[in-house]
Design a protein around this ligand. Structure first.
Ligand SMILES: [Mg+2]
Length: 408
């Protein structure tokens, strides 16, 4: 069998709006309009073979740029046997190394192709991808959803969701306290403190201590991902589990975070960490350090979600899968079939390969418009009054007494 062609399918995706990632919006409930907003894109990849078997994959991590990278990689893959996945991964990694160390853009390009190769292999052998990864540890995967308000949290709880994550950095303690009071002790709560503007390690340590009484499952991305020593400082200062890793890719990119045991939960993005090939290895490295895996799914589309389900079915240390419940309603029309969460779980697919395809006609109706935006928010408490339009990557938090307190 030989690879004959690789095609990309880039689409503009609707809600959630990009500013919601760093602001205090009620992210994760039904308050979004259904229009095309923001700059979220999904990039799907199809690998074609001379035997008529077609594999599908997805790349996150700046899809509009990655589309070009996938088309560039094509020239070193045409004519190759798609079932030799590890060999082709090594070939791609070696080829892009000439451009420097690989981040989520290069790894994102490899990811979509790698995912499609696993899909092809499963289809050829007539087995689901989870079977190629060692078989099932579980036949359904727990998901968590996003809620920033008690109302959104209770709505998700009523639909069976058992874990929620609030996001943004506006009044985090007050927000977490309100959520805990609303949902009680049986629901897991997490908070994502991501920037920009990223917190300083000192601020994050102080905030982590303030959050201790609420028994969070984890605090995510308390500081910028490039400051691993800062993670050690927060760990030494507070007794709260930490999670990170969504912006890192490949075994090499996540190695220090895992081997230094700076987190309790690692969150590689199934669409940009380097493919199923790398996700399985990253999970094994985490397993050796008793670290759980909770794949990131912030900007992720529905094909990579399938890949995550196959991976999580097969690894012992899968914690749960991030999911945007009440995502843009076009999501359900983008893939066939569209998975439904039932009582807080997604069923593991049983069809050969990944068990999913895209509706190419539907995808073509939403051409990419843009894929970058400013995500800063005045609500983060990090700007002096009147200067909130400045974009600063790391900044200390002002008015700590207000932002780091549960009092109104
Ligand atoms: Mg995050």
């Amino acid at each position: 069998m030989k690879i004959t062609d690789i095609k990309t399918f880039l689409m503009h995706v609707g809600v959630p709006q990009p500013k919601a990632w760093a602001s205090d919006n009620a992210f994760g409930n039904q308050s979004f309009s259904a229009g095309i907003t923001g700059t979220r894109n999904w990039l799907f990849v199809k690998v074609y073979t001379d035997e008529g078997v077609v594999g599908i994959g997805e790349c996150s991590g700046w899809p509009r740029v990655i589309e070009t990278a996938v088309q560039d990689l094509k020239r070193i893959l045409i004519g190759e046997d798609p079932t030799h996945i590890e060999r082709l991964w090594q070939r791609m990694m070696s080829a892009i190394m000439v451009h420097g160390l690989t981040g989520t853009v290069g790894a994102g390009a490899m990811t979509g192709i790698d995912m499609a190769l696993w899909d092809i292999k499963g289809k050829v052998l007539g087995v689901p991808v989870w079977n190629l990864l060692g078989g099932q540890v579980r036949d359904k995967v727990r998901i968590y959803a996003h809620a920033n308000t008690p109302e959104a949290a209770l709505s998700l709880k009523a639909r069976g969701v058992t874990a929620i994550k609030c996001g943004g950095v506006s009044d985090p303690v007050r927000k977490v306290a309100a959520l805990r009071e609303a949902v009680g002790d049986e629901m897991d709560i997490m908070i994502d403190l991501h920037g920009p503007p990223w917190m300083t390690p000192g601020d994050a340590a102080q905030l982590a201590r303030a959050l201790e009484p609420y028994h969070l499952l984890f605090i995510e991305d308390p500081i910028a991902p490039d400051n691993l020593d800062g993670y050690r400082r927060i760990r030494d200062a507070a007794h709260v589990p930490l999670a990170a890793g969504e912006r890192m890719s490949t075994l090499y990119g996540l190695r220090d975070l895992i081997e230094r045991e700076l987190v309790d939960v690692v969150q590689p993005d199934t669409g940009r960490a380097g493919g199923i090939t790398q996700m399985k290895k990253i999970a094994a490295m985490a397993e050796a350090h008793h670290i759980m895996v909770a794949p990131h799914s912030g900007s992720l589309g529905p094909v990579a979600e399938y890949a995550a389900l196959h991976l999580m079915a097969a690894i012992p240390n899968a914690l749960f899968l991030e999911r945007i419940e009440d995502d843009w309603d076009g999501r359900a029309h983008t893939v066939i079939p569209h998975p439904q969460q039932v009582d807080g779980f997604l069923a593991v697919p049983d069809s050969p390969g990944l068990g999913v395809d895209i509706d190419e006609d539907f995808v073509a109706r939403f051409p990419s418009q843009a894929n970058i935006s400013s995500q800063v928010s005045a609500a983060s408490g990090s700007y002096a009054p009147g200067t909130h339009d400045e974009n600063v990557y790391v900044q200390t938090r002002l008015q700590r007494a207000r932002h780091f307190s549960a009092k109104k």
